[in-house]
Every structure is written in structure tokens, then in C-alpha cells.
Design a binder for this molecule. Structure first.
Ligand code: ADP
Length: 231
């Protein structure tokens, strides 16, 4: 059983404390949505979990954890040299073509294997990004704002895929600003603004209690423009 234990983690840049005594324990089979306003420290927390950033205080303990990281769109592969979808996934599979094909099948992208990665739509690129992570035998997927700049229809497909992967046993930690979608999708919400403001089931999360008014106003405007949520 995998376990990720974030124990009293603080991160400071110069005089600014970005994360302050953050503690939580993540177990197999959870689907966690991390939400919070811009600058709340969400990406910083992911970087600590990924081992890219050493906390100023506190510690992280990982048991049986193999992390696969799905970065924000556009950060996976810049396209400087045109390579195929299959080759991108093979980069995450230690060069194994068989593993890469299997991972592409898991995200329903096997028929795109020989296309150039840069020719795919945003939503398709994010699926390939997941395949690359899974090809490295990840049991925890960490996603940072995965659907930014992805059209609404592809977003719905993308979230359906995450739901499927979760149902098949992948543990998921996702940072997202799509509050309504997160609340419908995840098993546990962590609302962060320097410290953890809420950590619990989505049913008991009251957005207007934990998120600043200006943030909620922005979301209501977005939904007014685009219709209701995406799941
Ligand atoms: P979020 O992902 O919630 O928007 P971040 O974790 O990216 O927030 O950033 C939290 C705060 O930390 C912000 O105020 C940001 O400016 C600051 N910050 C992030 N990375 C650095 C860095 N490398 N050096 C200094 N400040 C940083």
C-alpha cells in the first residue's frame, strides 16, 4: 500500500513564507484535488512532493510511491525536434516500445502513435503526457492544472479518462482551478492558501467559506459565459 506522508512542511523564499506547516497523508486509491487562489503555494507543494524542492522545514516520507508527473500544458515537449507520439512516451518507458504502446492504449491514443506530438490538440497532448507518466510504471499521477488551454469538449473527455484511471487503481493528485469540476470528480479536496484551509470530502466543502470572494466572483463569471461545469 503506497503512502505519501507530508509532515509539517514549510517553504520560505527569502522572507516570504509560501507554505506554512502543511501536513497531510495520502494513501492508495485516493483522488485528491488541490485548489486555492493564485499564489497559494499549490505548485510549490507539488514540487516538494516530487522531490524537486527541499522544504525549509518538515519532511516528506514516501512508501511504495512511483510518481508520474503531468506538467502544465506545453511543458512536456517543446517540439524543437519533431518526434512522434510513440517516441515521446518511450522517453518515459526507458525506451521500451512495448510499454509505450501499452500506455498509449490505456489513454486511448494508440492510433496516434506515429503522428508528430506537436500536431496533436491540447487535450490529446495531455493524454500522451499521462501515457508517458504511466509508462514509467507510476502508481501516483501528479497533475498541475492539466486542462489549461484545452477546449471544453476535450476537457470533459480528459476528466472521464482520469475517472477511469482512478477506478482502475491509480492514485491521483491534481492541482486545478476548475473548482466545480474538481468537486464532482475527486474523493478528497485540499484547499490551500499557504496553510491547509480544508482537507476532506468534496460534499462538505463550502467554496465561499474557504475561497476569497474575488476568486469565486471570477468563477461565477466564467460559468455564466461558458455554461455549467464540464463533467
Ligand atoms: P500557486 O501554484 O498556488 O499559484 P505557487 O506555488 O506557484 O502558487 O507560488 C506561491 C508563491 O511563491 C507565490 O507568491 C510565488 O510568487 C512564490 N514563488 C514561487 N516560486 C518561487 C521562487 N522560485 N522564488 C521566489 N518566490 C517564488
Amino acid at each position: 500500500m503506497l503512502q505519501l506522508d507530508i509532515d509539517n512542511v514549510s517553504v520560505s523564499y527569502d522572507a516570504e513564507t509560501v507554505l506554512d506547516a502543511v501536513s497531510c497523508c495520502i494513501h492508495s486509491g485516493e483522488f485528491i484535488g488541490i485548489i486555492g487562489p493564485n499564489g497559494a503555494g499549490k505548485t510549490t507543494l507539488l514540487r516538494v512532493v516530487l522531490g524537486l524542492l527541499k522544504p525549509t522545514k518538515g519532511s516528506i516520507a514516501r512508501k511504495d510511491v512511483v510518481v508520474g508527473y503531468v506538467p502544465q500544458r506545453g511543458n512536456l515537449y517543446s517540439g524543437a525536434v519533431p518526434i512522434s507520439v510513440l517516441e515521446v512516451v518511450m522517453l518515459g518507458a526507458n525506451g521500451s516500445k512495448a510499454k509505450a504502446i501499452q500506455a498509449l492504449a490505456a489513454v486511448h491514443m494508440q492510433s496516434y502513435a506515429h503522428k508528430r506530438f506537436t500536431e496533436l490538440s491540447g487535450g490529446q497532448q495531455q493524454r500522451v503526457s499521462i501515457a508517458k507518466a504511466l509508462a514509467g510504471s507510476a502508481n501516483v499521477l501528479i497533475l498541475d492544472e492539466p486542462t489549461t488551454g484545452v477546449d471544453e469538449h476535450s476537457q470533459t473527455e480528459f476528466y472521464t479518462l482520469l475517472r477511469d484511471l482512478h477506478a482502475k487503481g491509480t492514485t491521483i493528485i491534481m492541482v486545478s482551478h476548475e473548482v466545480d469540476t474538481v468537486l464532482k470528480l475527486v474523493t478528497r479536496v485540499i484547499c490551500l492558501n499557504r496553510t491547509i484551509l480544508y482537507d476532506g470530502p468534496p460534499e462538505h466543502f463550502e467554496a465561499d467559506k474557504y475561497l476569497p470572494g474575488a476568486y469565486m466572483k471570477y468563477h461565477l463569471q466564467l460559468h455564466h459565459q461558458h455554461g455549467d461545469a464540464h463533467v
